[in-house]
Design a protein around this ligand. Structure first.
Ligand code: FUM
Length: 565
């Protein structure tokens, strides 16, 4: 039987960083990914990665970075985790640089930074507007150097549990369609986000929430799943991201009257207020009739062609390809679009799946699929790459330490039986006119219409009920491609099962929180209510759907304040 001391599921930045750290601890590490590692969605991260290194001429410090993050989170982030990340960030960036990431340099040859939203000082390190891609490729080189086993294009269908501990995974080799158990002393979930539950989304088609669903199904709670980030600058036609770095470099947001409307909503930070604030401002302008064909305008022209082509070449190409707008010459229409899930599998700062009242020994999580919780109600741009690296490293180290102290648990080959039956069920059903693609699209439209920048009770109920209906339809749908070899229709069907369950968790968590905080803005409860709602949402899997509980927020040194930009 295949086995590893530590098995990492997911090969984006969190997964790669976890794998490198576990390998350094001297244990046998395997990594499994449903795509080739450098096709992981971290590849799409554009603007940069945050760390406060006390930039010359500023009083910036890790404490100010931490405070900005707490404020960005609307005081829902856990301050112990935020402190750990901001303190360790400089070391993590320097290590990436030493591994070979060619970060931008300033005119003195030192690592140079750019501004980003919600930050008091410029502390975002970057590689033009392809920062995620640059880091991902460098970490991949490290994995190749280490020579660890990478299961490319394998899809995990379930976690193997024994006496409440996670002892491996069942996975399908996509090439053959064969299901196999992989035994592991520790499993680290680093499977990224769930963006494609929404349509459109800035996320790649592969972002289907797999790890969150896998953990949820074995009893782990999903925390703060109502906190879904809409990025202020996405293209209308396909939802593609135009990086916040454009505004960091000085781009304006304009309404149909040519006004920089952020002056009304965030007079001191303007276009660089936090994302929830900017997205709500844009949506208000659009809804009140000051939009341009369902959008507002991002105007970069005044930055000049040289700067655009040096620092933002990728979005120049993207806007030209997708909308036929040359951003050196014309403003480009943009609007808020689904970008990131702040919530996820509840972990502690060591990456262990642990919620105080319970834990799953042997199971770890890091990156977007996890909720440690750095981002609380709203993530600051460029804190996600940082989170992947810092908490990927921490989770990899903890998993390796754990693995050194336990033995492998016997796992029978028959453990694949339940998943095999599930797959046979999908394949053996007679031809259905209803399709996986149709259900997925309806799911995406439902969430995007009802769980977006502005929410209300009626819309969220509608979403919850509609998703229940979609789950009933899913139970009757068939996979019409009956082969097992590289059957992407089967893969999409398995992903959709995860997505529908998570859509239900998002809707139920959102309905439960009766206040507005961060990205969760309710028109029927417009204010933040610290007295009743300064707490995390925990969703556990029940037989009839999510069971909602709560958990206190960890406060260290920053009590709640009014949040203005
Ligand atoms: O706008 C961006 O470049 C996105 C960065 C992020 O989500 O952190």
């Amino acid at each position: 039987m295949l086995q590893h001391d530590v098995l990492i599921v997911g090969a984006g930045l969190a997964g790669m960083r976890a794998a490198i750290e576990a390998f350094r601890q001297g244990v046998d590490v395997g990594m499994i990914s449903k795509v080739h590692p450098v096709r992981s969605h971290s590849n799409a991260a554009q603007g940069g990665i945050n760390a406060s290194m006390g930039a010359e001429g500023t009083p910036d410090s890790w404490e100010i970075h931490a405070f900005d993050t707490v404020k960005g989170s609307d005081w829902l982030g856990d301050q112990d985790a935020i402190e750990a990340m901001c303190q360790e960030a400089p070391m993590d960036i320097i290590e990436l640089e030493h591994m070979g990431v060619i970060f931008n340099r300033d005119e003195h040859g030192r690592l140079g930074t750019r501004n980003f939203g919600g930050a008091s000082y410029a502390r975002t390190f970057f590689v033009a507007d392809i920062t995620g891609q640059a880091i991902l490729h460098v970490l991949y080189e490290q994995l190749l150097k280490a020579g660890m086993r990478i299961y490319e294009e394998w899809f995990v269908t379930s976690l193997i549990m024994e006496d409440g501990r996670c002892v491996g995974v069942v996975a399908m080799e996509i090439l053959t369609g064969k299901l196999m158990p992989i035994r592991a002393k520790a499993v680290v979930l680093c499977t990224g986000g769930l963006g494609r539950i929404f349509e459109p989304s800035t996320n790649g088609l592969i972002c289907t929430g797999d790890g969150m669903a896998l953990a949820y199904r074995v009893g782990a709670p999903l925390m703060d799943m109502e906190m879904v980030q809409y990025h202020p600058t996405t293209l209308k036609s396909n939802g593609a991201l135009l990086t916040e770095a454009a505004r960091g470099e000085g781009a304006y947001l304009l309404n149909s009257r040519g006004e920089r409307f952020m002056a009304t909503y965030a007079p001191s930070k303007m276009e660089l207020a936090s994302r929830d604030v900017v997205s709500r401002a844009e949506q208000t302008e659009i809804e009140e009739g000051r939009g341009v064909d369902g959008c507002v305008l991002l105007d970069i022209r005044h930055l000049g062609r040289d700067l655009i082509m040096t620092r933002l070449p990728y979005i120049h190409e993207l806007a030209l390809d997708v909308t036929n707008v040359d951003i050196t010459k014309d403003p480009v229409p943009i609007r808020p679009g689904m970008h990131y899930q702040m919530g996820g599998i509840k972990t502690n700062v060591q990456g262990e799946v642990n919620w105080g009242a319970g834990s799953i020994p042997g199971l770890y999580a890091a990156g977007e699929c996890a909720c440690v919780s750095i981002h609380g109600g709203n993530r600051l741009g460029a804190n996600s790459l940082l989170e992947t690296v810092t908490f990927g490293r921490r989770a990899g180290a903890s998993a390796a330490r754990y693995a050194k102290n336990v033995d492998f648990t016997p796992v029978s080959e028959g453990v694949t039986g339940r998943d095999e039956a599930r797959i046979r069920g999908l394949m053996d059903r007679p031809y259905s006119a209803d399709t996986v693609a149709r259900i997925r699209l309806e799911l995406g439209k439902t969430t995007n219409d009802n769980l977006a920048v502005f929410r209300n009770q009626e819309g969220m109920y509608y979403a919850l009920n509609k998703i229940k209906e979609l789950r009933e339809r899913y139970a009757k749908v068939s996979v019409n491609d009956k082969g097992r070899i590289f059957n992407t229709s089967l893969l999409f069907a398995l992903e959709l099962d995860f997505m529908l369950e998570l859509g239900e968790v998002i809707s139920a968590s959102a309905l439960n929180r009766k206040e507005s905080r961060g990205a969760h803005y309710r028109r029927d409860f417009k204010d933040r209510d610290d007295q009743n709602w300064l707490k995390h949402t925990l969703a556990f899997r029940g037989t009839e759907g999510p069971l909602i509980e709560s958990l206190p927020v960890t406060m260290t040194r920053w009590p709640p304040e009014k949040r203005v930009y």
